[in-house]
Design a protein around this ligand. Structure first.
Ligand SMILES: C[S@@+](CC[C@H](N)C(=O)[O-])C[C@H]1O[C@@H](n2cnc3c(N)ncnc32)[C@H](O)[C@@H]1O
Length: 315
């Protein structure tokens, strides 16, 4: 894990322009900050998808095309705290469906919390947590004959640029079987006055979340980032639908990362891209799902039509 972290940080900070992978946001502090982000008034994404999962639960279940006599698996990629998923699980359990819930997350801390919460609510429900990078677990999905419903919620697909999103969907398609379903939670392209505050809130929680990456490198890689020399710098283009977060160097500075044994120079005004949150429309969805084994069968929207849970069937 630490070797991979070192390698990816070195690659990202040696590149031009500089980048850092967003998956490293999620240490213990990052997990908590992300829960706070989801509860911020500006972060409409969670409210929208929560509305779908709590008010349109039966529509989701119908779209999965499952029945009470058939055992299946619900596999959630990047499950986080499971707040939205719980509504779906409750409805399935109340209706006595026979299934195993398999949350996958890079954060063991998030999985431990989720497992405890699920056990307290439904001690008899089958739950199997898997810690790891979801790119790495794609192949293990293939094992087993049970029907699979794969959940990729919370606009997580939006954290990949188009080519990686396309590659990811294609690989999922290869590793699933005919009749399996994929649910993609996608944020819809909309006005910047709605989107940008979700990544730049008044209280500074998104700033703390972004800069926590530097704190994590200081702690785990023995780096000497001085946080007062860096700022949070998000942007959004309605044309492309890309919301990007950057860490901006507010001065010329040199940072040593002892665990890597190298130092990195940051010019005043230079930015490190830390995250992309791609918003979708029908064309972009078509582009990332083309030639992928999947066919879109349903699109379930919240009442404001800000967000969609798109259901795809593996053909
Ligand atoms: C944006 S949160 C979304 C959580 C939840 N799915 C939701 O919709 O509320 C992303 C979650 O995915 C996890 N994650 C991010 N990158 C990952 C990766 N490459 N592999 C596995 N989990 C990842 C994080 O630990 C975090 O819990």
């Amino acid at each position: 894990m630490i070797e991979q972290f070192k390698k990816e940080v070195d690659q990202g900070l040696s590149a031009s322009p500089k980048t850092l992978p967003s998956k490293y946001f999620y240490d213990e502090v990052g997990d908590d900050l992300f829960v706070q982000i989801m509860n911020m008034p500006e972060y409409y994404l969670t409210d929208c998808e929560l509305e779908i999962f709590s008010k349109k639960t039966q529509e989701l279940i119908d779209a999965f095309d499952i029945n009470q006599n058939q055992e299946f698996e619900i596999i959630e990629l990047g499950a986080g705290d499971g707040t939205k998923t719980k509504h779906l699980l409750k409805s399935l359990i109340d209706q006595e469906y026979n299934f195993t819930y398999i949350p996958i997350d890079i954060s063991q801390n998030a999985l431990d919390k989720l497992e405890k919460l699920l056990y307290e609510a439904w001690p008899n429900q089958k739950v199997r947590t898997m810690q790891g990078d979801y790119f790495g677990v794609l192949e293990s999905l293939r094992e087993g004959k049970k029907k699979k419903i794969v959940l990729f919620m919370g606009s997580n697909l939006g954290n990949m640029p188009h080519d990686r999103a396309h590659d990811f969907i294609s690989k999922l398609g290869v590793n699933l079987n005919k009749g399996d379903r994929l649910l993609l939670g996608l944020d819809i392209i909309k006005d910047r006055s709605i989107v940008l505050p979700a990544y730049n809130d008044a209280q500074g929680i998104t700033k703390a979340f972004n800069l926590n990456l530097l704190t994590r490198m200081n702690r785990e890689l023995n780096a000497n980032f001085d946080l007062s020399g860096f700022d949070h710098d998000p942007e959004y283009s309605e044309e492309t639908g890309a919301a990007k977060s950057f860490i901006l160097s507010t001065k010329d500075q040199e940072v040593i990362i002892t665990a890597i044994g190298k130092s990195y120079h940051f010019k005043k005004g230079e930015r490190i891209q830390t995250e992309i949150s791609q918003k979708y429309n029908a064309e972009i969805l078509q582009e990332v799902t083309k030639e992928s084994h999947f066919e879109i069968t349903d699109k379930i929207y919240d009442s404001r039509r800000y967000f969609a849970d798109v259901i795809l069937e593996r053909k």
